[in-house]
Write a protein that binds this ligand. Sequence first.
Ligand SMILES: *[C@@H]1O[C@H](CO)[C@@H](O)[C@H](O)[C@H]1NC(C)=O
Ligand SMILES: *[C@@H]1O[C@H](CO)[C@@H](O)[C@H](O)[C@H]1NC(C)=O
Ligand SMILES: *[C@@H]1O[C@H](CO)[C@@H](O)[C@H](O)[C@H]1NC(C)=O
Ligand SMILES: *[C@@H]1O[C@H](CO)[C@@H](O)[C@H](O)[C@H]1NC(C)=O
Length: 329
Amino acid sequence: MVLTLVKLLKSREAQRVMRRNPFGVDICCRKGSRSPLQELYNPTQLELSNTAVLHQMRRDQVTDTCRANSAVSRKRRVLTPNDLKHLVVDEDHELIYCYVPKVACTNWKRLMMVLSGRGKYSDPMEIPANEAHVAANLKTLNQYSIPEINHRLKSYMKFLFVREPFERLVSAYRNKFTQKYNTSFHKRYGTKIIRRQRKNATQEALRRGDDVRFEEFVAYLIDPHTQREEPFNEHWQTVHSLCHPCHIRYDLVGKYETLEEDSNYVLRLAGVGSYLKFPTYAKSTRTTDEMTTEFFQNISSEHQTQLYEVYKLDFLMFNYSVPSYLKLE
Ligand SMILES: *[C@@H]1O[C@H](CO)[C@@H](O)[C@H](O)[C@H]1NC(C)=O
Ligand SMILES: *[C@@H]1O[C@H](CO)[C@@H](O)[C@H](O)[C@H]1NC(C)=O
Ligand SMILES: *[C@@H]1O[C@H](CO)[C@@H](O)[C@H](O)[C@H]1NC(C)=O
Ligand SMILES: *[C@@H]1O[C@H](CO)[C@@H](O)[C@H](O)[C@H]1NC(C)=O
């Protein structure tokens, strides 16, 4: 009985969201239907129960890690709205997504645009990648008043997607420093990295900043000057610094390793799973574990150890084991 009611409401909502009407405020909203939070913690669909157990374990892992490392994880006692810039809000489905660059964030931003677009888009892949990264296209939590923020943190389903930290790091390096098409990272970071980390750098290299070696990038990351000067760029910043999982209790931790499965689970909880799926595509340039192993071969064990320390909380919190290729001191 309850099940049928939920299904009915869902399909009605599906039709409402699918209708292309950029003006209709009334087409959205899941009023009367169960919220994603209710669906997550008290599933009515039997096949979702096992998944709920898995996600409980992932949440516990985060909580336990935060507790065991409270000196580091809660260095800061309170968050300010400025810390919430990565939390994308969808009011219509009561979702909050903390985006982490290099973890399928373009596709998840596209999905958030479909979900919160009130019928403006129906196919995530029709949204160009660069448009998904235009800040004005998505509403983030820091744009609300404090009471509005607190209300949403309490009643919306908060989720994020994580990835093996060193694979994410190699992916960021490859994307920003080995591709020639966009020079902004070369100018902004490459020139600085070469100036600091390369002895006898040529004038040409200092000017262009476009041939940063992975060893130099690692040396830059573990250099105490770097973090003292300014926070890491978001593409290599730790997940715990971007999303604050020790302060914000995430309801769901998705993983890049099970991206499609975890993403579609979020969509089902949001009540849109029957017509909205995570976009799949064959990405041949994807950074793999083998590639990561190769990049780390050139890094001294001293630097490996220091780098592991920088990303350690991400490893522990999200249950990634110490990579077997590391030679830690
Ligand atoms: C952590 O990872 C191990 C090994 O991959 C796995 O057996 C265990 O269930 C995971 N724990 C959580 C909380 O995900
Ligand atoms: C280059 O990268 C910068 C920073 O990520 C971005 O703002 C800019 O739009 C990019 N330009 C192109 C042509 O992709
Ligand atoms: C730097 O260049 C000088 C002169 O060409 C050379 O003698 C020296 O060995 C170089 N140092 C390094 C670290 O490559
Ligand atoms: C490792 O270092 C060697 C020698 O400097 C270099 O030729 C090679 O490209 C490096 N490999 C990687 C994956 O960076």
